[in-house]
Design a protein around this ligand. Sequence first.
Ligand code: F6R
Length: 259
Amino acid sequence: MEVIILPTSKEIGALAADSIEALVRNKPNAVIGLATGSSPLPIYDELARRHDEGLSFEGVSGFALDEYVGLPVGHYESYREVIRREFTNRVDVTAENVHGPDGASDDIAGACLAYEAAIVAAGGIDLQILGVGTNGHIGFNEPGSSLASRTRIKTLAEQTRQDNARFFDNIDQVPHHVVTQGLGTIMDARHVVLVAFGAGKAEAVRDFVEGPVTASCPASVLQFHPRATIIIDEAAASKLAGADTYRHAFNNKPHWQGV
Ligand code: F6R
């Protein structure tokens, strides 16, 4: 796990975008895992800017991390729509290459199996963008999720519904259920890039970076990932005992190593 602490969300977005740009230039048909919520927005803004300067995503495929269950197809806050609005409509990704778990299916279990199969058929996820919940969730794998879980339906923790109420008119509109890639699905990605901002994430960051690997803090499973890059601001890093060590390691990396 590499922990990188940077001053601003713009710099964090740019560093994550560097990884994605390098991947896409090296592998034009790369498969990218797409998170929603506030955290990835600086990455999407930066990728859209680079697209305006000529970076193409034409051959790229995208797989959303998760989706609400119970929102009508096309709902403004459905994650399929959010990803379209915040990222894929701003670049030249082919619409058919953008996939999301089907939270509106009559057969949720079957749709989850099909989603796992579609990821495999695309060649697996090369780079998975992640945020982290205040309770340590990644995707919508809430505390208690199996560390080996695959795409499936989950019930949102009340904390998560409260955190996400800001996207809706009121908390009653936040669905109780979601379909999410599992922790096992996320762990299969070849590279994961998690970004986090603000003091509200400091405890979750401390727990998953420096605490024990435990289903009680689902993001802690990333300690087992061979290539996990954690890019956070000073506020999110404020409870890390090893912050100086992480800064030292980043500032003294061999220049050829990348993230
Ligand atoms: C979103 C997702 C969630 C969010 C997390 C943080 O697709 O899977 O894990 O990344 O809830 O949300 P924000 O970034 O809004 O703080």
